[in-house]
Design a protein around this ligand. Structure first.
Ligand code: ADP
Length: 646
């Protein structure tokens, strides 16, 4: 009997297929040499051990029973076909095998025979990896086994998913990280044909790898078992056997979910920054450490007068010309000291730039990476021209307002003084008159005349004030009619005879009548004001020359005096409201500074112009030009004595 068993054993050992035979309790009774080689157990070690030791722990129970019982129950359904399953070697390595399970005998005599066919080796976490790795008795070649175990540990602990596929191309091994990334159980993944994924890009990578070249794949891996899609990056590398032929390939898998998210966030913030950069209403630019422009926005390009692309790779001296050398010095200082230079103002003129001058406020600052390293220089240039002009305008208005307040205050004190001045002599003369009349004495008509003159002066001042406010309100009415200007001048001069004092007045009437279309009452006012000023601002006995002639369509009237003259810078201001030139002190020359203001308004509203020529100490000539009226008859001037005297 023993001989028969030995003979049977010898036959079974000769078989290339690994066999394991178990009893009804699923304890191993026998394994042949091929099984020993495949599973790493010596026959004696495994005999009497539960057959479950040949399978990974997680498969011990299957469908509510032991794996073997499950497979036996499925035997008919499988019709003799093998089942792929993971077996477990003695050293803990999982291997993919094809099993066929058969049974004979009944009850306690039942024998179960398992036929293994090795498919691929599966690298798996061994239950106690370190101990297995370090145990020298782990195999007949301790160093080699140690090396394998170490290799497994390294692969298993690698922070990347790793899988191997053969050239069919079926996945033959993978680590746990790969399982976690992909989200399908290892028993599904190992044995998975990559072709079944129907991902053409992935297939291209696999084909390329199997042709002996490396390749990279990036895409979404759709789990075959779960509804999970994982963005992955796979680096493929071919594996060569000892003969140098490609036997398969390895894939290093990285879950790039996080990287994708970071990239998306980075892209979004870059897009936002890009928009900001492009649309910001200020000039922005970035230069590298060699002070070459890396990027500028349109506004800065516009300020520099060079297209954004025209900046790239060039230095400020190449873009801005000689002034760029100075600019570079400042920039270099900023990079050296790390201190920004903020809001320095300059003008395009100073920078030697063409076009209308603009005011610019520029800031240079070091641009740092998150670790504090200086990457280059940032530029911010703001065109502050509008703000500067607005500031200047505000300053000017403020100055004008101050001036207006000063003029108003001056005017009030002058006006009250001017109005009061004639009142005192008027009141004195009226008192004298009263006294004389009470006493029944003779009343000298000159007392009355003088009293009347003072009254007329007050009236004149009040009239000027009223006219000025009418002009301001745009309500100074004109009643133009055909007027003979030469007769009007003569009339005014006659009426002013009483005010002439010791001055002499020369006027030669032109040979032909000079006709204008004007409001004679207002024109008298202008002529009287000019003549009165000539009297007022020239020394006693001075000769006043009044001239009237025509030139083309114009009637030209001038009043020339040999008086104190007017400083050049004051001449064009004379016609402003309340303006009194520096040449006169309010004490020695009374007046409200309204006569010329009113005169200018009247002349200009007649379509004419008024101006002065003057030299300090040598006298002044006031000119009035009015459009002539041709082909009409004029009205004689009407007596308006009260208007003629201030
Ligand atoms: P007023 O004579 O009442 O001050 P006007 O408007 O007539 O006001 O004149 C404005 C200012 O112009 C005068 O205060 C004076 O400084 C200057 N001015 C006018 N006429 C003469 C003149 N003929 N010679 C010198 N200065 C003159």
């Amino acid at each position: 009997m023993a001989g028969a068993i030995d003979e049977l054993s010898a036959w079974l050992d000769a078989s290339v297929d690994p066999f394991v035979a178990c009893d009804a309790d699923e304890r191993v009774r026998f394994l042949n040499s091929a099984a020993e080689r495949l599973l790493g157990w010596k026959r004696e070690e495994l005999q009497g051990q539960p057959a479950s030791r040949l399978f990974p722990q997680r498969l011990h129970q299957y469908g509510g029973r032991s794996l073997l019982r499950y497979l036996l129950s499925r035997r008919n359904a499988l019709g003799g076909r093998a089942t792929r399953v993971l077996a477990c070697r003695k050293d803990g390595v999982e291997i993919l095998v094809e099993l066929t399970v058969g049974a004979s005998g009944q009850g306690a005599d039942e024998r179960i025979v398992i036929n293994f066919r090795r498919l691929h080796e599966v690298i798996d976490t061994v239950s106690e990896p370190m101990e297995h790795t370090l145990q020298p008795e782990a195999g007949p070649h301790p160093e080699g086994s140690n090396g394998d175990a170490l290799y497994r540990v390294v692969v298993e602990n690698a922070p990347l998913g790793i899988f191997h596929f053969d050239n069919t191309p079926v996945v033959t091994a993978c680590n746990e990280r790969f399982v976690r990334i992909i989200g399908s159980p290892k028993r599904i993944l190992v044995g998975l044909n990559l072709l079944s994924l129907r991902d053409e890009r992935l297939m291209q990578c696999v084909r390329r790898t199997l042709s002996g070249l490396g390749s990279d794949y990036e895409g979404n891996y759709h789990s075959v078992t779960a509804n999970k899609s994982t963005p992955v990056h796979i680096r493929f590398a071919p594996c060569f056997d000892e003969t140098g032929h490609v036997e398969g390939g390895v894939g290093i898998v990285e879950d790039i979910t996080e990287r994708r998210r970071t990239e998306r966030e980075r892209d979004e913030s870059l897009a936002q920054l890009g928009t900001l950069f492009r649309t910001a209403p200020i000039g922005l630019g970035f230069l590298d450490m060699d002070l070459c422009y890396v990027r500028v926005n349109d506004v800065l390009a516009g300020i520099n007068g060079v297209s954004p692309e025209g900046h790239v790779g060039r230095r400020p001296r190449e873009v801005l010309g000689p002034i760029g050398i100075e600019v570079e010095k400042v920039m270099r200082r900023v990079l050296e000291t790390g201190e920004p230079m903020e809001k320095r103002e300059t003008t395009t003129e100073d920078l030697g730039m063409a076009g209308a001058p603009r005011f610019l406020a520029g800031s240079f600052y070091p641009v740092r990476a998150t670790d504090g390293r200086v990457l280059g220089l940032g530029i911010m240039i703001e065109d502050v021209t509008d703000r500067r002009l607005a500031d200047e305008e505000r300053g000017r208005l403020y100055h004008e307002a101050q001036e207006a307040i000063r003029v108003r205050d001056d005017f009030l004190s002058i006006a009250s003084h001017e109005l009061k001045t004639p009142l005192t002599p008027l009141s004195l003369r009226l008192a004298t008159l009263e006294r004389k009349m009470e006493r029944g004495e003779h009343v000298d008509p000159s007392t009355l005349r003088h009293a009347r003159q003072h009254l007329l002066r007050i009236t004149g001042l009040i009239n000027d004030l009223l006219d000025a406010s009418r002009i301001e309100a745009g309500r100074l009415a004109l009643h133009p009619e055909a007027t003979q200007l030469d007769a009007l001048v003569e009339h005014v001069l006659q009426a002013m005879e009483v005010h002439r004092g010791s001055h002499s007045v020369h006027f030669e009437r032109p040979p032909e009548p000079v006709l204008v279309r004007a409001d004679p009452y207002r024109l008298e006012q202008v002529i009287a004001n000019l003549v009165e000023n000539a009297f007022k601002y020239s020394p006693d006995g001075g000769a006043i020359r009044v001239d009237l002639h025509t030139r083309g369509d114009l009637a030209l009237l001038s009043v020339k005096d040999p008086g104190i003259g007017i400083p050049p810078d004051q001449q064009k201001l004379l016609f402003d409201r309340y303006f009194r030139a520096r040449n006169v002190s309010s004490r020695s020359y009374g007046g409200l500074g309204l006569g010329l203001y009113i005169s200018r308004d009247i002349v200009e509203r007649h379509g004419g112009r008024i101006w002065v020529e003057s030299e300090v100490g040598r006298g002044s000539t006031f000119h009035v030009a009015l459009p002539r009226l041709t082909g009409a008859t004029a009205q004689p001037p009407v007596e308006q004595p009260d208007r003629l005297v201030h």
